[in-house]
Write a protein that binds this ligand. Structure first.
Ligand SMILES: Cc1cc2nc3c(=O)[nH]c(=O)nc-3n(C[C@H](O)[C@H](O)[C@H](O)COP(=O)(O)OP(=O)(O)OC[C@H]3O[C@@H](n4cnc5c(N)ncnc54)[C@H](O)[C@@H]3O)c2cc1C
Length: 489
């Protein structure tokens, strides 16, 4: 971190040129009015315009300045919800259809980049979801279930994982070769340019302050003008607030924190995997190499928006725990972003009353699902395509207000010691196993040589270097519950 503190966002310092768009200061009639210029709104506007309908987008601030331009940039199949509860709730066939749609979101992003020859998005291939416990059989079973769903995944054993991510904290992993990562802000800006080229009109610094959804033409009021439209798409994520309070109350705001380091010498000799990596199922430790020699790392979670500088130390400490060999790390950029999570962890996509559409609640899987939502809603509006109804089992559910936010924060904090203990236990088991193997090997050699068993003090030096850890006689104490540090999930 330099004297004046970290820069606000690595994405902003590396974004492609983009002109500020005008405010709306004249009344306008259009077929579709989209409220919110994140990935969901931009995709919806682009797809409506592509089909020849008139569309205006109102963005309260700048395009993609909220979650969409601040994310980790991982484009992954699936949803924030895990597959097992999905199958339990809606059955295997329906869950498979939803999985295929999540993959369609990934394909949409990839295809759009190619179709528009989008600059500055810098795609990196693959996603590794790494386990920090020695749960190989569980992992294999999960991979099999993902394959039933239609997932393109492979199980990587510990040796293969540590070849590309040499950390004693890592065990097996699930590799998603079809996933990728990109520069999310440049992707969103490219999407906006493409939507405009197709005829969409985008107004920045134009908040929708009132919505009258009655009648054939819905009315959207902004500070200086109003829009009348046959369809309105609510794509405002957690900032929707007072415009439609009941809908806003279905989202729990979750803020997470992201840093990009100063260049690290030898980074790619340690982090050799070129794709995206997640080593928890929750909010901590999602990372990738950017700009050739910088590490982008995200973690920590609050149900309120806090100053990102408070988390710089926690983030660098997480890196050091996983990769101590990287040495000292300095933060160059540090920022936060807020995503909207639903109670059922699935997105809200569809028509909630005639002509009023919603696309929100994408959680941590917004790159694929916000893209999918924008596309499905545009098809629903213009082509009367009913595919969005596949999300009908996941209704709008109140997210529990302040009480549930406090509970979510408490669960996040309380789960850490437990997960940390399980991870320490896995590492302890691995070390014990290595010591036992070394002991057996030493005995075998001693027998083969016909020599007397070695004296205790001679053993370490005499064991041939087979890669196993040196033998010790003092049994290592078991890790104590709660002894592990917080971010190890
Ligand atoms: C730190 C972080 C990391 C993430 N990493 C990933 C990742 O790696 N992969 C992944 O898939 N997902 C990730 N996500 C989630 C993903 O970024 C979001 O789910 C997704 O971008 C949400 O898109 P959106 O269009 O719904 O909302 P947003 O991007 O939040 O856009 C909503 C827009 O609506 C505007 N708005 C609000 N109210 C009004 C109004 N009244 N009038 C006009 N405009 C309004 C806001 O200004 C905002 O620009 C991450 C999120 C965060 C915060």
């Amino acid at each position: 971190m330099n004297a004046s503190g970290p820069r606000p966002s690595w994405y902003e310092t590396t974004q492609v040129a983009d002109e500020q768009r005008p405010r709306l200061n004249f009344d306008l009639d259009v077929d579709v009015c989209v409220i919110g210029g994140g990935l969901a709104g931009l995709t919806a506007a682009r797809e409506v315009a592509r089909r020849g309908w008139s569309v205006a987008m109102l963005e309260a601030g700048r395009i993609a300045a909220a979650a969409s331009g601040r994310s980790n940039g991982f484009v992954l199949p699936g949803y924030s919800e895990e597959i097992d509860p999905m199958v339990e709730r809606i059955g295997l066939d329906h869950a498979k259809e939803l999985w295929a749609l999540s993959q369609r979101g990934v394909d949409y992003v990839r295809h759009t980049i190619a179709e528009t020859a989008m600059p500055g998005v810098e795609i990196g291939p693959g996603w590794l979801r790494v386990a920090k416990t020695d749960n190989w059989h569980e992992l294999l079973a999960y991979v099999e279930r993902l394959r039933w769903m239609g997932g393109e995944v492979e199980a990587w054993p510990v040796e293969r994982v540590r070849e590309v991510l040499p950390s004693e904290r890592y065990f097996g992993a699930i590799h998603y070769p079809g996933a990728f990562h990109l520069h999310p802000l440049n992707y969103a800006l490219g999407l906006a340019r493409s939507a405009e080229a197709l005829g969409a009109r985008i107004f920045e610094e134009t908040p929708a302050i009132e919505l009258d959804p009655a009648g054939i033409l819905k009315r959207v009021q902004t500070p200086s003008a109003r829009v009348r439209a046959r369809h309105v798409v609510l794509a405002a994520n957690v900032q929707l607030g007072a415009l439609v309070p009941k809908l806003a109350a279905t989202l729990m705001p979750i803020t997470t924190y992201v840093m990009v380091t100063e260049p690290i010498e030898g980074l790619t000799d340690v982090v050799r995997f070129r794709g995206a990596v997640s080593d928890t199922r929750r909010f901590d430790n999602h990372y990738r190499v950017v700009d050739g020699n910088r590490l982008q790392w995200s973690g920590c979670m609050t149900t309120w928006s806090a100053d990102p500088r408070r988390f710089a130390r926690a983030l660098t400490a997480s890196v050091k725990r996983v990769f101590p060999q990287l040495g000292s790390i300095r933060v160059a950029d540090l920022w936060s972003g807020t995503l909207g999570r639903t109670l059922h962890h699935m997105p809200q996509i569809g028509e909630i009353e005639p002509g009023v559409w919603v696309t929100s609640g994408f959680g941590r899987h917004g790159l694929n699902t916000a893209s999918l939502a924008g596309d499905l809603v545009a098809r629903g509006i213009v082509d009367n395509d009913q595919t969005w109804r596949l999300f009908a089992p996941y209704e709008l559910v109140w997210a529990g207000g302040k009480l549930f936010r406090a509970i979510a924060q408490g669960l996040y904090a309380a789960g850490k010691p437990f997960d940390g203990f399980r991870q320490s236990l896995s590492r302890y088991r691995e070390r014990s196993h290595k010591r036992r193997s070394a002991h057996i090997e030493a005995k075998r050699l001693a027998t083969a040589l016909g020599a007397a068993p070695l004296a205790a003090g001679e053993r370490d030096a005499s064991v041939p270097s087979s890669g196993a850890a040196p033998m010790r006689h003092d049994p290592e104490p078991l890790p104590a519950a709660g002894s592990s540090r917080g971010d190890e999930r």
